[in-house]
Design a binder for this molecule. Structure first.
Ligand SMILES: Nc1ncnc2c1ncn2[C@@H]1O[C@H](COP(=O)(O)OP(=O)(O)OP(=O)(O)O)[C@@H](O)[C@H]1O
Ligand SMILES: [Mg+2]
Length: 233
């Protein structure tokens, strides 16, 4: 029953997709999922890559949030329904590289598509395909420039220009290639947990604020402090 005073809570679903391999899809999924959990949101991560590197990361973790679950495209709608019923605020879906049936399914299920891209020609050549996938599905998309040189802004400027030519919005800040991200991954963590004051953590935190605003996350959400969305198999 609606009492008219509270907006209904809508779970938001973000698909992390990019045709090119190794550009940071799984890193972005994990980093944002932890940042959202630290922001007191109930988070579910769905790994649709059969390599299951995000599932493996979660198995290295000692913390039990965020909840990470592997899913095929066939199981995805039911899993999303269970997440919503469990009070989940935001779902991040990690997808495989190359052409797959999982990525279109994730994009169809999503409210927004995040497209990580490294500052190299091979990635720039492929980003149009993923942008097109999102556009044809009618989903807003945001590029995230990752693994840039830690010094200088020129790569960010070039990336921004390339994305603008595709009419693709870019999330800011871009993310520098830093050892802190890899070190954290080894422990099943992210830089906001292992080096909270450091540059890697600051960049993730700022990126999360940008994406949270762009995807309208948490504006209507009731924050369930101390409660964690858990999706039963
Ligand atoms: N900003 C960063 N700085 C340093 N290393 C990074 C950064 N972002 C990602 N990495 C590392 O780069 C590698 C590739 O990233 P990741 O596995 O997230 O890419 P992917 O797009 O998911 O790859 P695949 O297409 O194979 O699924 C990983 O070892 C990851 O830890
Ligand atoms: Mg991956």
């Amino acid at each position: 029953m609606h009492n008219g005073t509270k907006a209904s809570v809508h779970m938001r679903t973000l698909a992390i997709a990019m045709q090119k391999g190794g550009v940071g899809k799984s890193w972005l999924t994990r980093s944002l999922a932890v940042a959202a959990s630290q922001d007191n949101l109930n988070v579910v991560v769905i790994d649709m890559d059969s390599q299951q590197s995000t599932v493996a990361w979660s198995e290295r973790r000692e913390a039990d949030a965020p909840f990470v679950q592997f899913s095929t495209e066939r199981e995805l709608p039911a899993l999303l329904k269970r997440a919503e019923d469990a009070g989940c605020d935001v779902v991040f879906i990690d997808t495989p590289p190359a052409r797959s049936t999982e990525t279109p399914a994730a994009v169809d299920a999503a409210d927004m598509v995040l497209i990580p891209c490294t500052p190299d020609i091979e990635a720039y050549e492929q980003i149009a395909r993923t942008e097109r996938l999102a556009r044809l599905a009618g989903k807003p998309a945001l590029a995230v420039l990752t693994m840039t040189q830690p010094s200088g802004k020129s790569e960010q400027d070039i990336g921004q220009e390339i994305f603008a030519n595709l009419k693709l919005a870019m999330a800011l800040p871009s993310i520098a290639r830093l050892k802190a991200h890899r070190d954290a991954a080894r422990e099943g963590k992210t830089a906001t947990e292992t080096e909270p004051g450091g540059r890697a953590a600051q960049e993730i935190a700022a990126l999360w604020m940008c994406i949270k605003e762009q995807a309208n996350i948490g504006t209507n959400a009731v924050v369930h402090k101390g409660k964690r969305a858990k999706v039963q198999k």
